[in-house]
Structures are given as structure tokens and as C-alpha cells.
Design a protein. Structure first.
Lengths: 255, 254
């Protein structure tokens, strides 16, 4: 279960900020280019619950706060106000991007072990995980090859296999998983459905209606950091496409 | 995350860093011996043969100060940029961020241990030193030194996220600090007035103790030990406080 209660996130956007001491000193002497601090609420009073065996999709335009929401829930950003609570074995897994921490000069095996250690797996857990990932990715012969020699397809296969083998009960999925060809997308969706059937709670952030239809039970719309609508998948997708159309009309009055 | 997993993660980060550093080179990790060896040759030539000064058994004396100094500098240079250098991880994964500066120090420690394992036995044989009970003070001394350096690296790595100047500040300060640390000269040959000044430098205290234990083969001086312990407590306390306060903002600022 994922509980999000009244979460808000404030960013201090500092214009003209240079991160050096010199500019601080220069500014103390003459305030030629003053720092302008602007408050920006990336999330405002967001609340929802994702139950076990359920997928909630979050739809939203670019810059609506989707990625910030995932980062706050996964604990990478602290929430300014509100609270996040996660229940279930294995804590929380965030798939913000496939292959985070992979280094091209390291072999597939080395990258696999490093990524697993970064996710907090112990030595024994890594020993247990490695053969499963290798089997799923079908890259057995290439595990001792530096990943810079992998094709992009092989790279994605290893990253995705690792990701899905690490999935804990509560799962956050970014659009990252919707890259690749049609077959790969279908494989992703199937893994998500399997995970749900085993009682996992999934929060899927997407702006792809097909993916949302394929795996979600409910959907909500995030707009300018607020949850503006929550409801059945089809209805929410329709509302979202109307919102996109109106938004585009505003943005491009000439057409 | 418990300590075991934390240690496992540090191990993998060290393996990554050392592996990448020497990957594709023929001599690999043996290169970590080249740096102390070339310095040893250069300073011996300059001080023993050109300036005709320095204590007896000069190369051995030099080695006992040079190895811990190299450990200190390498840790600081890598440690201060450890968070910034790993921004891709910090922004996208939730993991204990302390492991980044800690693994920089651990990597430098591995290189120190390799160099010590090769050079110290040779130096003991050629330098005419024997087994002495003072060697028992080496493990606690090294442990204290590690904690001191970890403390510094915690503060510096957190500070570098906010001010990139710190990297350059560290680079130029260690150059000056080297000559204010009795590595190439004997602390006890320094005029008394200057000695008090030099003792403000924590690395002076550590270097003096390493030389006591390994070169002079006496128990480390209690004044140095007390001073080093105080500096370590301060560095570690400040490091944990600063890093702990600032770490939640790293992902937003990188």
C-alpha cells in the first residue's frame, strides 16, 4: 500500500545563482545582479492511496509535477509538508529510469552487482538475485563483457531484467518503462500485470494512454502540482485528452 | 539499512572506482605504488644528497610519513567531489549518501594498504629496524586517522554540492599543508617556537605518531595522541552534523 497524505513540495528557484564563493563575495560588495528568489510549488496538497493488487495511473503534462511526485514518494526529495507511508515487503522501489548507475566500462555482471548493492541488497541477496536476472535477460554469454560493447537492445534487456527482479511490493514506475519497441512494451506491461496479481501496489506515471489502459485500475490527473481529477481509467483519459487539446490551442493560437 | 549492507555497498563502490581507474592499464593497481616510489626517490635525492640534511636512515623515515600523507591527500581529493561526481545516482536513487565519501576514503585506504604491504617489509629489512612493541599502536593509530579523514570528507563532500570552489581550495591547501607537515623533515629538529605552530596542523600530530611507531620505534607521544583524538572528534562530529543537515537537499541542487 502506498499512502500519500497532503503532500506539498516547494522549490526555491534562485535566479542568477552561481555556485561559487566568489560570486557570494562580489555580491556582498556590490549588488549588481541580485539573487532573485522565487517560490515554486511543484506539488500542492496531493493525497491518494494505492491499495495492494491495484495500479493507479497518474496522468499529467510535462512540468505538471509527475517526476517530483515520484521522487518525493521514493524519498529522494523531502516533502515540504505532508507525509508518505508505504506498507509491504521490501519497502519501495522506484523505477525513475532504467539502468541507473550502470557504467559503460564495467561488465554486465559488475554493473548488476553494483546496482543491486545500491538498492540495499546484502551479499547473499545479490548472489541469489544474479542468476535470476541473467536467466531472464538471456545475456548469459555477455555478462563478462563491458557494457559499452552492448547493443542498445541488450542494454535495455539487462536493465529491465534487473529492475523487475528487484521489484518490491510497492512499486513506482515512470515513463522510463515505455521506451523500446512494441514487443518490449508488451513485455513490460505483462510484468506489471503479473506484479499486480501477486499483490503489489503500483503507481504508474505516464502520458501514454495505451499503457495506462493496459495496466491501470484507476487514474488521476496532475496539473500544476495539484490532483485535479481521480476516477475510472477511461473517463480520466478522455478528460486528459480534452485538457491536452485545449492546452495546445492556448499555446498555439495561430493554428 | 543495516551496517552489513552499508559495508557491502561501500565494497562495490570501491571496486567500481578502483576497477575503472586502472582498467585497461597493463600494471593495474600496481600503479598505486608508483606515486610513493617516485616521491621517495625525488625527496631522498633532494634532501639527502643535494641539501645534505635530514635524519638518519632517511628513505625509511620518509616512507613512514609519506604513505599516510598520500592516503590523506587521495582521500581528500576524491572524497570532496564524491557526491558531485555521483550526481546521476544521487538524483535517481534512494540510498545512504554517506557511502559516497566513505567509499572514497576506503578506496584510498586499499591503496595505502597495498603500498604498505610492499614497502614496509622492504624498508624494515633495509632500514635495519626490528620488531618492536610500538607496532601494536599502529592499528589504533590508523583507525583514528581513518575516522579523522572520513570526518573531513563528509564536510567537504557536502560543501562541494553548494560551492564548487571547495575542490580547488582543497587542491591548493594540500600543497601548502605538505610543507607544514613533518614528512620530509624531522619535527624534533624544528625550532621550538615553530614547533608549537606546526602542532596546530592535525596532520603534524598524525605524522609524528606514525614516525614514533614505525621509525623511532617508541610509543606515540601522548600529547600528539590527545591532540589527534581531539581533532578527530571535532572533524567527525562536524562532518556528521553538516552532512546530515544538508544531504536531503543534494538531489535538488545537483
Amino acid at each position: 500500500m502506498i499512502h500519500v497524505r497532503n503532500v506539498s513540495k516547494l522549490f526555491r528557484v534562485i535566479h542568477n545563482r552561481e555556485s561559487s564563493l566568489k560570486s557570494k563575495f562580489v555580491r556582498m560588495i556590490r549588488a549588481r545582479r541580485p539573487e532573485r528568489v522565487e517560490d515554486f510549488w511543484a506539488l500542492k496538497d496531493v493525497s491518494f492511496t494505492v491499495r495492494r493488487g491495484e495500479t493507479l495511473a497518474v496522468l499529467g503534462r510535462n512540468g505538471s509535477g509527475k517526476s517530483t511526485l515520484l521522487r518525493v514518494i521514493s524519498g529522494i526529495y523531502p516533502a515540504t509538508t505532508g507525509s508518505v507511508e508505504v506498507e509491504g515487503a521490501g519497502g519501495m522501489g522506484a523505477t525513475l529510469e532504467l539502468g541507473v548507475g550502470f557504467h559503460p566500462d564495467l561488465t554486465g555482471d559488475e554493473n548488476l552487482r553494483l546496482s543491486a548493492a545500491l538498492r540495499g541488497l546484502s551479499r547473499d541477496q545479490i548472489e541469489e538475485l544474479t542468476p535470476r536476472v541473467v536467466a531472464f535477460s538471456e545475456l548469459g554469454d555477455f555478462m563478462d563483457v563491458p557494457m559499452k560493447f552492448y547493443s542498445s537492445g541488450m542494454y535495455m534487456r539487462l536493465a529491465f531484467s534487473l529492475e523487475t527482479c528487484l521489484w518490491p511490493d510497492a512499486l513506482l514506475v515512470d515513463e522510463a518503462l515505455s521506451v523500446g519497441d512494441a514487443a518490449f512494451k508488451e513485455k513490460c506491461n505483462k510484468r506489471l500485470l503479473d506484479h499486480k496479481e501477486r499483490g503489489g501496489a503500483i503507481l504508474l506515471v505516464s502520458h501514454s494512454p495505451e499503457q495506462v489502459r493496459a495496466v491501470s485500475d484507476r487514474a488521476c490527473i496532475l496539473e500544476k502540482g495539484r490532483l485535479v481529477l481521480e476516477g475510472p481509467v477511461e473517463k480520466t483519459i478522455q478528460a486528459f485528452s480534452i485538457m491536452l487539446r485545449d492546452g495546445n490551442r492556448e499555446a498555439a493560437p495561430c493554428s | 539499512m543495516d551496517l552489513l549492507r552499508y559495508g557491502n555497498l561501500v565494497k562495490h563502490l570501491v571496486l567500481r572506482d578502483l576497477g575503472l581507474k586502472y582498467r585497461g592499464s597493463i600494471f593495474g593497481v600496481l600503479w598505486s605504488l608508483a606515486n610513493p616510489l617516485s616521491q621517495l626517490a625525488a625527496y631522498t635525492l633532494a634532501f639527502k644528497y643535494i641539501m645534505r640534511s635530514g635524519p638518519v636512515r632517511y628513505p625509511f623515515f620518509l616512507l613512514t610519513g609519506l604513505l599516510p600523507w598520500t592516503f590523506f591527500v587521495q582521500s581528500l581529493l576524491l572524497g570532496s567531489t564524491s557526491v558531485v561526481d555521483n550526481s546521476a545516482l544521487v538524483k535517481k536513487l534512494k540510498f545512504p549518501l554517506e557511502t559516497l565519501p566513505v567509499s572514497s576514503v576506503a578506496g584510498a585506504l586499499v591503496q595505502l594498504l597495498i603500498a604498505a604491504a610492499v614497502f614496509l617489509p622492504v624498508a624494515f629489512l633495509l632500514g635495519g629496524a626490528r620488531f618492536s612493541w610500538s607496532l601494536l599502536a599502529l592499528p589504533p593509530l590508523l583507525a583514528l586517522h581513518i575516522l579523522f579523514i572520513v570526518g573531513l570528507c563528509l564536510s567537504l563532500s557536502a560543501g562541494t554540492v553548494f560551492f564548487r570552489d571547495i575542490r580547488h581550495f582543497v587542491e591548493s591547501s594540500v600543497m601548502v599543508l605538505f610543507w607544514l607537515t613533518p614528512v620530509v623533515y624531522d619535527f624534533h629538529a624544528v625550532p621550538a617556537k615553530l614547533r608549537t605552530f606546526l602542532m596546530l596542523n592535525p596532520m603534524t600530530l598524525f605524522t609524528d605518531m606514525y614516525q614514533d611507531v614505525l621509525y623511532r620505534q617508541v610509543a606515540p607521544s601522548p600529547i600528539s595522541a590527545a591532540g589527534a583524538a581531539a581533532y578527530t572528534a571535532a572533524a567527525l562530529g562536524a562532518g556528521m552534523l553538516i552532512f546530515g543537515r544538508l544531504k536531503s537537499r543534494f538531489a535538488e541542487l545537483l
